[in-house]
Design a protein around this ligand. Structure first.
Ligand SMILES: Nc1ncnc2c1ncn2[C@@H]1O[C@H](COP(=O)(O)OP(=O)(O)OP(=O)(O)O)[C@@H](O)[C@H]1O
Length: 266
């Protein structure tokens, strides 16, 4: 039997029907991610990053190709793949605790009510949000909502954590604090993660690999860069390492030289 990676995308083509005929967003994309790897997906706006992530989430169906997770074909959404979106998508009428509990109830077979409650609080503690358990989303800041969104996702113990620009709507300092949370979680839990970002420093700081996409239509993977930085990582401990500068430079050359932003092309 063929030995596949934990998450294996094989020949993924996605075409969308449009008035002027099919629009090819992704063209025969192959991507292999091992268990416990943190992979960032980077590329210019509109290249197809969300299309790729949504295919893994089961939210869109590839026109061609197959996605395998732990040897099983993925063709629909499931609680084994939790998604964190840029917009936290918490239910406003539920408290922080209830928002996480709702997700946990879908995946907590065999857990008593008390065990589920403890699990919810444990995950809120991991993102330093236990103190706000009784608040509603309208009573907490954007950064705090994103922390809760992350707690909700990891509390489901997904096989893959998918993040679509999770910090895109946050100011720079809040964003940095959330990156630290994600680094801490990765050190403790070693999740398998696929994360979309537009931020080169964020990609290098958080990831084991940075996968760079070519400009669409018919986008492909243009470069797959291993980030050779020790873990656990801290922002100040890696920033002066040559490997940090090298990775950063590779990505910037890819984005601004090899595949320039198509909307800036003369
Ligand atoms: N449902 C759809 N119907 C038609 N075209 C679509 C559809 N969804 C996405 N597209 C097109 O597919 C291409 C890829 O879109 P996608 O949202 O995946 O890009 P992206 O890299 O995630 O962009 P951004 O960084 O701006 O979020 C774009 O040209 C987009 O217009």
């Amino acid at each position: 039997m063929k030995q596949r990676s934990y998450l294996a995308l094989e020949g993924i083509t996605v075409e969308f029907p449009t008035k002027s005929g099919p629009f090819c967003a992704l063209d025969k994309v192959d991507l292999n991610i091992e268990k416990g790897q943190f992979v960032a997906l980077i590329g210019h706006s509109g290249c197809g990053k969300s299309t790729l992530l949504n295919a893994v989430a089961g939210l869109n169906t590839p026109t061609k190709g197959v996605i395998f997770l732990d040897g099983e074909v993925i063709d629909r959404p499931g609680p084994d793949r939790a998604v964190v979106f840029q917009d936290h998508s918490l239910l406003p009428w539920l408290t922080v605790e209830e928002n996480v509990a709702l997700a946990v109830s879908k995946t907590a077979q065999g857990k008593s009510r008390n065990e589920q409650r403890d699990w919810v609080m444990h995950n809120l503690e991991l993102v330093q949000m236990a103190h706000a358990a009784k608040k509603r989303p309208g009573e907490i800041s954007g950064g705090m909502k994103q922390r809760v969104g992350i707690a909700r996702a990891i509390a489901m113990q997904p096989r893959v954590l998918l993040m679509d620009e999770p910090f895109g709507a946050l100011d720079a300092l809040t964003r940095a604090a959330l990156q630290d949370v994600v680094m801490d979680l990765q050190a403790r839990l070693n999740n398998t993660v696929l994360m979309i970002t537009h931020d080169v420093d964020e990609a290098v700081l958080l990831s084991d690999r940075v996968v760079m996409m070519t400009n669409g239509p018919a986008a492909r993977i243009g470069q797959d860069l291993a980030v050779d930085l020790p873990r656990p990582r801290g922002r100040l401990s890696v920033i002066d390492l040559p490997a940090y500068a090298d990775a950063r430079s590779e990505i910037i050359h890819f984005l601004h030289e090899r595949y320039r932003n198509p909307s800036l092309a003369a």
